[in-house]
Design a protein around this ligand. Sequence first.
Ligand code: ADE
Ligand code: ZN
Length: 349
Amino acid sequence: MPTDSTEDPAALRDWLRALPKAELHLHIEGTLEPELMFELASRNGIRLPYADAQALRSAYHFADLQSFLDLYYAGAGVLRTQRDFHDLAAAYLARAHADGVVHAEIMFDPQTHTARGVPIETVFAGLASALREARDTLGLTSRLLLSFLRHLPEEDALRTLEQALPLREAYADLWIGIGLDSAEHGNPPEKFARVYARCAELGFRRVAHAGEEGPPEYVRGALETLGVERIDHGVRASEDPALLAELIRRRIPLTVCPLSNLKLGVVDDLRRHNLARLLRAGVMVTLNSDDPAYFGGYVLDNYTASATALDLDRDELATLAANSLQASFLPQADKARLLDRLARAVARP
Ligand code: ADE
Ligand code: ZN
């Protein structure tokens, strides 16, 4: 079903919104909108170095990943209490629901919070209460991926894992896996071989950021040394044809985030993003928002911007939504039910 190039953008957006989809690459700390940041700062008696939310938003110009991370970690400093983490996640889930997200696999960075004296229990309890509420009230399911910060030593990640493990049973319905994020350059996957091996023994699902700013070798390292099932970003894998062939053969999903890539200078123009080429070559590409409060768009914005910039037709857009459900960590029966719902939504005009 090709998209007519004269198709009304509002009609395409409505059609895309109605497609049930999963969001698989989302940092909950990256959903902290400036307005909520100011509200939490005021609640917690913290002074922010900006006059107001608008002034903060206008500071969101990033030269690269590191310049974004500096602001992102500073912003997370307003998150102190269980209620703060709840309100953060509840706001994201309401927003995602409005975009037609039916399932979200959400990364969180405990080290960002424990380093400031926030107990890991507070983080888990606040996030989990919002996730369970969204399941019960919106029918939106979710899971948590505890992400390690790769700019810190592996020992720090191992300590964080040990702090979190006593909570595993209480959050068994949500905490199913681990991830790896933060500054990629100079922090190869091999640095985290031990903590990933331990997580594999413990039965956690494993993902990792690789090939965002870092080279294709980091994608290979994440697959071979860390044993990940999905690659977050992975767009630089296209520089290595043998690696690309392996991703296609093994059906390794890439959680691509086009607006993030644009904002962080991974691509200079969305029209030159390689996601359409990857998709057409047979890579299991999914579309996601990464840190939507900072990058100017939630998941539906990523679909619409990509559709327009790359001339994706409706069949390709439906494939991206189907890939998101297939690549999720949901049980097979849930995937089948959602894929069935998707097939019915795709057929609607
Ligand atoms: N943490 C939050 N967003 C990130 C990204 N896009 N890359 C690496 N680490 C991150
Ligand atoms: Zn990310």
